[in-house]
Design a protein. Structure first.
Lengths: 117, 113
């Protein structure tokens, strides 16, 4: 019952460093997402993917990159980390579309707490 | 564009009393509506959803929500709150054919013993 798995759970970065947040799901979901959560702001969509090889920008994509080489994996890359990227990051997945029957629920990972100093 | 409003930042109730967390939405077409709960330092856990059918939806941990199309609301309710229900609650909406959820800012629920 792994669901959506994110690593690392916690990380401190220095300004200008780069890192990758890993995300994998074992539910054969077609859609995958990266959200960031800031206090009092709800969740904002960074990037999403509708399937392997296809990605697109969400509401707040600047400073991030993604790739989707397989159905299972959707890593988020932070290039040149900035203090504004201090946040909690959530990966999520869902089956959406006529070919999928799971009922549209988006399932979330446990989160990655990132601090940029 | 779709959006969600959770008008209360905080809700405080005594254990055993009814709990209500309010949510209103704006979306084109018939909405898909969701409630999630987040405990400290944890991810979002799915509670319940409305896609179609019965306006009263029952979910996990004794929670339920009522879809009201005329008032564009989807309030979360629990008849008798527990201390363990203390958490951050998010309402979310998705338009049919859309790919993403739009979230409210969240409501912190505190249930006192």
């Amino acid at each position: 019952n792994a669901g959506v798995t994110q690593t690392p759970k916690f990380r401190i970065l220095k300004i200008g460093q780069s890192m990758t947040l890993q995300c994998t799901q074992d539910m054969n979901h077609n859609y995958m997402y990266w959200y960031r959560q800031d206090p009092g702001m709800g969740l904002k969509l960074i990037y999403y993917s509708v399937g392997a090889g296809i990605t697109d920008k969400g509401e707040v994509p600047n400073g991030y990159n993604v790739s989707r080489s397989t159905t299972e994996d959707f890593p988020l890359r932070l290039e040149l980390a900035a203090p504004s990227q201090t946040s909690v990051y959530f990966c999520a997945s869902a089956s959406i579309g006529a070919a999928h029957r799971s009922g549209n629920t988006i399932y979330f990972g446990e989160g990655s707490w990132l601090t940029v100093v | 564009a779709q959006s969600v409003a959770q008008p209360e930042d905080q809700v405080n109730v005594a254990e055993g009393n009814p709990l209500t967390v309010k949510c209103t939405y704006s979306v084109s077409g018939n909405p898909y509506l969701f409630w999630y709960v987040q405990y400290p330092n944890r991810g979002l856990q799915f509670l319940l959803k409305y896609i179609t059918g019965d306006n009263l939806v029952k979910g996990s941990y004794g929670f339920e929500a009522e879809f009201n199309k005329s008032q564009t609301s989807f309030h979360l309710k629990k008849p008798s709150a527990l201390v363990s229900d203390s958490a951050l609650y998010f309402c979310a909406v998705r338009a049919p054919g859309d790919y993403k959820l739009s979230f409210g800012a969240g409501t912190t629920v505190t249930v006192r013993a």
